[in-house]
Design a protein around this ligand. Sequence first.
Ligand code: 5AD
Ligand code: SF4
Length: 469
Amino acid sequence: MLEPAAPQLEPAFDAANQRVHVITHGCQMNVYDTHRILQVLGAAGWVETSDPTLADLVLVNSCSVRDRPEKKIIGTLSRMLPLKEAHPGLRFGVCGCVAQQHGESLLKKVPYIDIVFGPDRIADLPEIIAENRTGRRVAMTELDDPSDHAFLPVDPTVETGPSAFLTIMKGCDRFCSYCIVPYVRGRQVSKPAAVVVAEVESLVRVGVREVTLLGQNVNAYGKDRAGEPSFADLLARVAAVVGLYRVRFVTSHPADADDAMLDMFGSLPSLAKGLHLPVQSGSDSVLFRMRRGYDVARYMDRLARVRRACPGIALSSDIIVGYPGETPEDFEATMSLVQAAHFDSLFSFKYSPRPGTAAAKVKDDVPETEKAARLARVQSLQDSISARRMNGYLGSEEVVLVEGPSRFARVGGRGKLRTEVQGRTSTNVMVNFGIDRVAAEARGRLVRVRIDEVLSHSLRGTVISWEAD
Ligand code: 5AD
Ligand code: SF4
């Protein structure tokens, strides 16, 4: 049994050298927000720690898109409760989409959560913490008015590798029937193109060589703001930044994926050869009820167009199985689409109702066991397709952007130290290979590699030549 802690007077709060530990769930948008949180706290004197036992604040950056998000947060924080007993100054916070959705009610429900704040309130975090230190539990979840949302500027000094994320828009105006994003992230707001380009340039100056442009529906970029270029034009401007080797982007919506954008894959050499284009279902009737705004024929036409523009492009997608009213025939149509599309990878999920969405008003009528069986079938079909796609790399030459050392360093012949590094192909597949120089020299360089071995999710290869800087 723990002795009851002696009553302590809390010293006046000083942010200098306070330590924060952040646990990030969900998509790249949340990873990006975690960086911004660390940036805002860093400016106030905080430092990040990867060890929760040393932290003064543990934050869970939550995701509410699927599964049981609240349970996950409560599980994570309740496992950390003993840390609060050991360190009475420790505070727990929840941010991200679940925080936005539940706000103050999270404080009511979970007594050991101290602060709750939404994605639009990251800049207010120092004040939220200061208020909490006066003894109040604080929930702050107002969404910005789209007309005056201010994006937090990128801080290039926090970048540590050659790849960086860059948000180009927030929110979503699509309102797909099953999706909670428009409710928790708000309406679409695009970042001005001039700011995007200037931020990419600032990242390149600190050694970033690859940027991934982020948004819930990047193809609709600019549509909310008069005078901004289309997404295709923005891509061309970003790709023209000198010193940037690769541009990627997520996520695309098939209904907004226009010809101009798809054709860019054939005309912009620095546009990486990969497109994530979520289809969600292979049944026209399900797509209609999901309010997706396209049918299977249109989707397949998008795939064909981008493959014509860029043969060998890696395509990936998302599928939801067990949407309300999905019949066995609807599901077979999804299986046929997956077979025909030949995706490199696929993320598939069982439908789960999200509170407040249109789909949540209709009965979630596909039994859980049936959802699980459909998920297993689509995943096993995709596994065999993915394996075939991966085998296609054997013997090929790939240009790899070196990210850094692999987990294992190897000693080569005659005692000579060889460094094992890893990086990604243009199609976003991880490759491990040995080099004769230290990893720091290779980081951020492009290297031509011959692929000698295919593993289930990565490749191994041998250096052929280093590309010129
Ligand atoms: N149930 C299941 N999957 C969902 N997704 C979004 N909302 C739901 C939901 N309610 C999936 C979609 C989307 C991906 C990010 O998450 O496939 O593309
Ligand atoms: Fe959700 Fe649809 Fe917007 Fe994607 S496009 S974030 S699925 S509402």
